[in-house]
Design a protein around this ligand. Structure first.
Ligand code: TYD
Length: 138
């Protein structure tokens, strides 16, 4: 799995003096059907979220407010993306280790997911993750 600049997806922007508007359609703007939406908020300074990979779940992460960083690691390359605008987001393919950090005050992370919540889909052990990558099982 590659981790590169193509993971950042620009969203439609409707600029309007009454206020701007952006939107996301599953399959159209992001490469999966949206099965679940969750959001992360009220993150205390210095906290880290994530630190796991998914076997099947794909995600799309948008900083609706404030800013934070997302690190993607495919087992060989780790790349960190800064998200700080509500008109683009980061695509997280399945089988990638992901971590979120450096949350600003009032940061609001919107996460669209391709599967319903399933604890069995999580890989929390980094050495297991790298082994699965090495064995081409992810
Ligand atoms: P987790 O995915 O580990 O959060 P993060 O990756 O941001 O650190 O989820 C934290 C807790 O919330 C965990 O107990 C599972 C629960 N949870 C749900 O019940 N449904 C969901 O859709 C998500 C994303 C998490």
């Amino acid at each position: 799995m590659k981790v590169n600049e193509k993971d950042i997806i620009q969203l439609p922007k409707n600029f309007d003096r009454r206020g701007n508007l952006s939107f996301i359609e599953g399959i159209n703007h992001i490469p999966f059907k949206i099965e679940r939406t969750y959001w992360i908020y009220d993150v205390p300074g210095g906290e880290v979220r994530g630190g796991h990979a998914y076997r099947q779940n794909q995600e799309f992460i948008v900083a609706l407010s404030g800013s934070f960083d997302v690190s993607l690691d495919n087992g060989m390359v780790r790349r960190t993306y800064s998200l700080n605008r509500s008109y683009y987001g980061l695509y997280v393919p399945k089988g990638v280790w992901r971590q979120m950090q450096n949350f600003s005050t009032n940061a609001l992370a919107l996460v669209l997911a391709s599967v319903r919540f399933d604890p069995e889909d999580y890989i929390y052990d980094y050495s297991l993750f790298t082994k699965l990558v090495k064995d081409a099982k992810l």
